[in-house]
Ligand binder design. Structure first.
Ligand code: PMP
Length: 402
């Protein structure tokens, strides 16, 4: 009875890993997925995660169901990581937080919430954005549109276009904002630009939906990278925020994250949370516990996070390694072709670099050089080692020339 089902096209990001695994060239390099690798190109489990797991085993927790909202210690901790410990919104119980299935699941619950309680509202996405945003909204029955974000001519932010999009959108629209380390461009507004964006949004009564998937990966500091949502909270603007612990705690497969609604009224927060729980109940009932315990243990522990901040140190090491390969790649590309301005490589932040390679040039990167990357020209520098910089730079230079 399913004879008429057409095959789904491969996922533009996850499909890259499938193609990578199928290739047997020893020089192959996977720069498709944003997953951190060591200099040896191996996956990395953070020391603070290992430490949390040792403590969890010693404590001998059970495997009972969590409530629909998730682990209470985690929900408290994740809102504090977002807004800062002791933030008035938290103290005044104006934040609704539900633990969900990493960033994707949190966005999905948020999209379902919009479909149910804000019907007819469109969500504006930056152009370009993480491809899955469109799937998530479309599958939830939420209309999406695009706002101006990236200026290819400057490889920077199109602030004027962004502000115009805000102004042109119907009053009270929802804008998806990458909290930091914009994917795929690696181009973020400065704090002064965030102020202009927030002012413009406030004037039009728009609501932000922050997607914070890389807290700590832009600056290397978990606190600094929360500046944008904290600014909105400070201005008294209500917003949604999806958080992910895939990258900054390296908990990719644990599926740990949260959806927050930061509101101006405690009753609205209580009611909103009850409806988020209702949505989760029908979608997956309740979230997994292991990753939630790890994140809660790390965030709530003064030694692992707050005082000596071992987590932030490890976060800084990961972000630092990416900055190092950025610089090395910039230097090597400049050596190969001094006539081209390669400074975008070091100007962009986070895990990715948006190279400007055309789809045909990307084809050459993969076909000839066995470098696997997404068709939009994005490379994940989290998957690059210093030892492979020369190989990559040669391939990029060659592909730009052909
Ligand atoms: N948002 C953005 C912008 C992302 O890049 C990602 C991860 N690639 C996510 C959300 C969600 O990832 P996860 O579901 O693993 O938390």
């Amino acid at each position: 009875f399913l004879g008429g089902v057409e095959p789904s096209p491969p996922d533009p990001i996850l499909g890259v890993s499938v193609a990578f695994r199928a290739c047997d060239d020893p020089n192959k390099l996977n720069l498709g997925v944003g997953a951190y690798r060591t200099e040896e190109l191996q996956p990395y489990v953070l020391e603070v995660v290992r430490e949390a797991e040792r403590r969890m085993i010693a404590a001998g927790h059970d495997k009972e169901y969590l409530p629909m909202q998730g682990l209470a210690e985690f929900c408290g901790a994740t809102a504090e990581l977002l807004l800062g410990k002791g933030h008035p919104a938290i103290a005044e119980k104006r934040v609704a937080t539900i633990q969900s299935l990493s960033g994707t699941g949190s966005l999905r619950v948020g999209a379902a919430f919009i479909a149910k309680f804000l019907p007819g509202k469109a969500v504006y996405l930056p152009s370009p954005t993480w491809g899955n945003h469109k799937n998530i909204l479309a599958d939830s029955g939420v209309e999406w549109r695009e706002y101006a974000y990236y200026d290819a001519s400057t490889v920077g932010l199109d602030l004027a276009g962004f502000l115009k999009s805000i102004d042109d959108a119907q009053e009270g629209s929802i804008f998806m904002l990458h909290g930091c380390a914009h994917n795929p461009t690696g181009v973020d507004p400065t704090l002064a630009e965030w102020r202009q964006i927030a002012d413009a949004m406030q004037k039009k009564n728009h609501v932000a939906f922050f997607d914070v998937a890389y807290q700590g990966f832009a600056s290397g500091s978990l606190v600094e990278d929360a500046a944008a949502p904290r600014l909105f909270a400070e201005m008294g603007m209500e917003f949604f925020c999806a958080q992910s612990y895939s990258k900054n705690l390296g908990l990719y497969a644990e599926r740990i994250g949260a959806l927050n609604a930061v509101l101006n009224d405690a009753t609205a927060a209580t009611n909103t949370l009850s409806q988020m729980n209702r949505i989760a109940r029908a979608m997956y009932s309740n979230p997994p516990v292991h990753g939630a315990r790890i994140a809660a243990t790390v965030i709530n522990d003064p030694e692992l996070f707050q005082a000596r901040s071992r987590w932030n140190d490890e976060m800084g090491t990961m972000a630092g390694r990416i900055k190092t390969v950025r610089r090395e790649l910039f230097e090597e590309l400049t050596r190969l072709n001094p006539d081209k301005d390669w400074s975008f490589v070091t100007r962009q932040i986070g895990m990715f670099s948006f190279t400007g390679l055309s789809p045909a040039q990307v084809e050459r990167m993969t076909g000839t050089h066995k470098i696997f990357m997404t068709k939009d020209g994005r490379i994940s520098l989290a998957g690059l080692s210093s030892a492979k910089v020369k190989y990559l730079a040669n391939a990029i230079d060659d592909s730009f020339r052909n």
